[in-house]
Write a protein that binds this ligand. Structure first.
Ligand SMILES: Nc1ncnc2c1ncn2[C@@H]1O[C@H](COP(=O)(O)OP(=O)(O)O)[C@@H](O)[C@H]1O
Ligand SMILES: [Mg+2]
Length: 409
């Protein structure tokens, strides 16, 4: 089966063509594609014509380079139009005619509690669901469980994490895909995809925070006990660092981008106040600045981005996870000192993301493509690819529960 993951970022559209092994597990990346485009702002689609154009260019390139038909496309969704909430509810299980009162919980009870929990905040009129991730369940006063089936009780409490977007946003995406002839596709929220590319099941089990820095957005995903607890897009990214450098150093964007990539170290203790960096084309009187001075500009912005990240982490009371460790990834995280700065600010164990197991390739894959690969991996792991052919009973409970995560499209 051939699957294409399409990471529709703020400045780049990146795609990976993958083949899925017969065991439905191993993903091999065959080709990568990248295009720049101007059809999104801060992760949200902003120009239909330009978006159709860049998707069209991608499909043409795939056709030219690959003769087999693609079976499935997995496309990212991101930006501030995507929101999330946790719904919690308790349903009674017992029926009057049942003398014992206690009832053995079935899958349909679980389904019911999840659907009811969703309804506590679901706004059907202008929102549409992208994912719903079941969280813990609790029967009466028993300890919380991930799988309440076959346990007995009087009432079942359940909560679900729902990721949703504006209907209009979702419809626009559909229209773009339709216009380029993509009809077999799935949609995955970008932070979940990126996290999937750098985490394995063990990491999720032990707890993890993934922070991925793009151009205009920073993605955040939090896991505990193997379950996604939170996924957010923060509307600031590495492009903001470039703009700050451009303004303060009075230079052009390209030079600022070059300085960011090659001269800056956001971990100020590692910078040298004596080392001089000349900024070519700077309009200021003196075009020489110290490494420390230049780095401070970038540090201030990245610090702010990390503060936004931590605010979300604290909001969800997941701060204990900063020792789990925190995985920093995305092209924006290549700036020197990115991990050290986070570690220093939060006294946390911080590592740079590497491609998780289960993804193979004959060539070295740059971290630029992690999100695109993660889209494919997420869809595969969560049983999104052949949702229609499998009956509920054939699936194991975990697989079944994962179906909730992906009941879209
Ligand atoms: N070596 C590097 N050092 C610092 N920043 C980098 C480096 N390489 C790429 N970046 C930054 O990463 C950002 C692009 O991130 P990416 O995720 O590819 O974009 P998008 O948001 O479109 O998905 C740009 O702002 C770019 O400057
Ligand atoms: Mg990106």
């Amino acid at each position: 089966m051939y699957i294409v993951g399409i990471d529709f970022g703020s400045v780049y559209l990146k795609a990976v063509l993958c083949v899925l092994g017969d065991d439905n597990k191993e993903i091999t990346v065959l080709k990568t594609f990248v295009f720049d485009h101007k059809s999104a702002k801060k992760g949200t689609l902003s120009d239909m014509e330009k978006a159709k154009d860049v998707f069209g260019r991608l499909l043409e390139k795939i056709k030219n380079e690959f003769s087999e038909p693609v079976d499935m496309y997995v496309i990212s969704i991101s930006g501030e139009n995507v929101s999330s909430y946790t719904g919690t509810t308790t349903i009674p299980l017992w029926k009057q005619e049942n003398e014992e009162r206690r009832v053995k919980i079935t899958r349909s009870h679980v389904k019911e509690v999840i659907n009811t929990a969703k309804m506590t905040a679901y706004n059907k009129d202008d929102k549409t669901e992208i994912h719903s991730v079941p969280q813990e369940f609790q029967i009466d006063d028993q300890p919380p469980t991930l799988n309440p089936v076959d346990m007995s009780g009087i009432k079942l409490k359940g909560s679900v994490y729902v990721i949703q977007t504006d209907k209009a946003h979702r419809e626009n995406l559909t229209e773009i895909l339709k216009s380029v002839g993509i009809d077999n596709y799935r949609i995955v929220f970008s932070p979940l995809a990126t996290a999937e590319s750098v985490l394995d099941e063990e990491d999720k089990e032990g707890g993890a925070i993934v922070v991925s820095i793009g151009d205009q957005t920073t993605e955040l995903a939090v896991y505990t006990s193997g379950i996604n607890r939170m996924a957010k897009v923060i509307p600031f990214g590495s492009g903001n660092i470039t703009r700050d450098l451009k303004v303060v150093l009075k230079t052009d964007y390209r030079t600022a981008e070059d300085i960011k990539k090659n001269e800056v170290n956001v971990f100020l203790k590692d910078t040298d106040p004596e080392k001089i960096i000349n900024i070519p084309g700077s309009n200021s009187v003196n075009s020489d600045f110290s490494e420390e001075y230049v780095s401070k500009i970038a540090e201030a912005r990245l610090k702010e981005i990390y503060e936004f990240v931590m605010k979300e982490v604290y909001k969800g009371s997941y701060q204990r996870l900063i020792h789990s460790p925190v995985v920093i990834t995305g092209p924006g995280s290549r700036i020197r000192g990115a991990e050290k700065l986070f570690a220093d600010m939060n006294n946390s164990k911080t590592v740079s993301g590497t491609l998780s197991a289960g993804v193979k390739s004959d060539f070295e894959i740059s971290d630029e493509y992690y999100s695109a690969i993660g889209l494919v991996k997420y869809a595969v792991l969560n049983g999104m690819l052949n949702e229609d052919d499998e009956t509920e009973n054939k699936k194991g409970f975990l697989k079944w529960i994962k179906q909730f995560i992906s009941d879209l499209v």
